[in-house]
Design a protein around this ligand. Structure first.
Ligand code: ZN
Length: 289
């Protein structure tokens, strides 16, 4: 058996299973302080069949540098108490098993590439649009870490010419993509979730237009075959089709690869990150043996 944790800012999803896609038991706990949350997670794993390895797909920012003394830590986060939390070390010591560690969105990306909407492709981006906007990237079958890990929400998109009455909601950048198109930005601007606004509300085109720019840019810059769009905002009826249309219009048939570039909903539903965590466990187990 292997174990997985999708560590999020509002909840931790825990699972054990024989394989990444064979979840035998699953449990959700609310994210409170690190001490409370990690103790509760450890207690749950202690009550399960023993595991040979654990994978953690975590909210960030995190340290993914294997040579760093703070590998496996959450680094500097505005989330109270969680800065410098040694997430991987806590479970490695507590459970006595090898631990694999990556961002939640890189976890979702490796899972979607292997078992979800991107089965059979070598390169895929997973973007979540919810409380924030984040993205993970798999290129040639490997998750991208680089200097740290991608931060796809805090990029700048071209504002629509008639979009002048909103300064943006990102405390750091104002009108970066997250400041324009995340759930909190939409609520700050229109008072409601996108899915609660009427279908003819201009918010739908506006948000789709900004997300289409991100998708087109990802295709252009990385040659990824698939961009998977997950997270609450992307469930608004018709949004995915609007984003596909918008990205197509931006490309204007220019991009090589043409129809090989696809924008898809998560093939693994709500389990992309958790499946990725279990894949990280599988890799950690293989690396140990
Ligand atoms: Zn920002």
């Amino acid at each position: 058996m292997i174990g997985g944790i999708e560590a999020g800012g509002t909840k931790f999803v825990l699972a054990v299973g024989p394989t990444p896609t064979g979840i035998a038991a699953r449990h959700v706990i609310p994210t409170r302080t690190p001490a409370e949350t990690l103790a509760e997670a450890m207690e749950w794993f202690a009550g399960q069949a023993s595991i040979e390895a654990l994978g953690i797909a975590s909210f960030g920012p995190v340290d993914l540098d294997l040579a760093s003394p703070t590998w496996g830590h959450i680094t500097r986060t505005p989330k109270p108490g969680w800065s410098d939390c040694d997430l991987a070390g806590h479970f490695a010591r507590g459970l006595g098993v090898p631990v694999g560690f990556d961002t939640d969105v890189n976890g979702a990306a490796i899972a979607e590439a292997a078992h979800g909407a991107g089965r059979g492709v070598s390169s895929l981006a997973y973007v979540t649009v919810g409380t924030g906007i984040g993205g993970g990237l798999v290129l040639n079958g490997q998750p991208v870490h680089g200097a740290a890990h991608p931060e796809m929400g805090h990029v700048f998109v071209r504002r629509a010419v008639d979009d002048t009455d909103f300064a943006g909601h990102c405390p750091i950048h104002g009108d970066c993509l997250e400041g324009l198109a995340s759930g909190p930005a939409i609520i700050a601007r229109w008072g409601q979730l996108l899915s609660h606004l009427p279908p003819d509300h201009p918010a739908h085109e506006r948000i789709a237009g900004y997300l289409a720019q991100l998708c087109y840019s990802l295709f252009a810059m990385t040659a990824a075959e698939v961009v998977v769009l997950g997270g609450g905002v992307t469930k608004a009826p018709g949004l995915l089709d609007r984003v596909r249309e918008g990205a197509g219009a931006l490309s204007n048939d220019y991009l090589p690869g043409g129809a090989r570039h696809r924008i898809e909903a998560p093939g693994l539903g709500e389990n992309s990150g958790l499946t990725g965590a279990l894949m990280l466990a599988e890799a950690a187990r293989a690396a140990r043996s």
